[in-house]
Design a protein around this ligand. Structure first.
Ligand code: NAI
Length: 247
């Protein structure tokens, strides 16, 4: 029970990697609030699954890219659960295109959700964490935020931005017992990657030393560790979770 009695927010917690992290934290004793947009049925199912693990669960339908909406969501979680100890910034989208063809809207939407959304959540929880002298923040970046990727200028810039923001926040609040770390997943099987053609998936898999794609649980295990007190002396760190894809 690594996070027994803690209260956690998981953005994009309705499905995929976020859902796996929400369940992993719940399995380890944390109450969990998921913030998400999109399929409400999936959100409701995830809430039920969390509750079945014997902890409190709640959902807030919230666009993290919206400053006021994300502030209201944090307030609602504090009101319902009493506090926040753990923040997992996982909500993310892709709008892939070569720069030659990438529209302004494609660039802006990815930066707004992935990077500004992460800023909004870090900003709104910052005073709480500072006051209570405790906080664990884990933000989901990507290996392409480190190495770049053809067709993902918007996405890789947003994920690189998360790394810079993580390190800056870590420096600001390290003396207050608040840690900020990032995870850089490689190829993880979720809806986000299900849209890729089989051939592209196989070619990518061949290049992974572990010779398999990642599962959401692979990322969730690392998120649990970084969100726990076992990682109290780790901050400003970026940890890859990619089967050795990028070294
Ligand atoms: P997914 O598409 O299955 O889930 C995305 C989640 O984000 C959903 O719960 C959705 O409701 C939420 N979301 C999207 N826009 C939102 C918004 N504006 N406000 C609030 N919530 C919003 O994606 P997946 O694969 O689970 O990805 C989760 C995170 O992991 C993303 O940040 C993604 O960039 C990152 N990642 C995924 C990789 C993969 O191979 N699947 C690899 C590296 C990073």
């Amino acid at each position: 029970m690594l996070v027994q009695g803690k209260n956690a927010i998981v953005t994009g917690g309705s499905q995929g990697i976020g859902r796996a992290i929400a369940l992993k934290l719940a399995e380890n004793g944390a109450n969990v609030a998921i913030l998400y947009v999109g399929d409400r049925q999936r959100g409701a199912e995830t809430v039920k699954e969390i509750e079945a693990l014997g902890v409190k669960a709640m959902e807030v339908y919230c666009n993290v890219a919206d400053f006021e909406e994300s502030k209201a969501a944090v307030d609602e979680v504090v009101k319902t659960l009493g506090s926040v100890d753990i923040l997992i910034n996982n909500a993310g989208i892709t709008r892939d295109n070569l720069i030659l063809k990438m529209t302004e809207a494609e660039f802006d939407s990815v930066i707004n959700v992935n990077l500004k959304g992460t800023f909004n959540m870090i900003k709104h929880t910052y005073p709480l964490f500072m006051r209570q002298r405790y906080g664990r923040v884990v933000s989901i970046s990507s290996v392409v935020g480190i190495g770049g990727n053809k067709g993902q200028a918007n996405y890789s810039a947003s994920k690189a931005g998360i790394i810079g923001m993580t390190k800056s926040a870590a420096k600001e609040l390290a003396s207050r017992g608040v840690t900020y770390n990032a995870i850089a997943p490689g190829f993880i099987e979720t809806d986000m990657t299900a849209v890729l053609p089989e051939e592209a998936k196989k070619a990518m898999c061949d290049q992974i030393p572990a010779k398999r794609t990642g599962k959401p649980e692979d990322v969730a295990n690392l998120a649990l560790f970084l969100a726990s007190d076992m990682a109290a002396y780790i901050t400003g760190e970026v940890v890859r979770c990619d089967g050795g894809m990028q070294m």
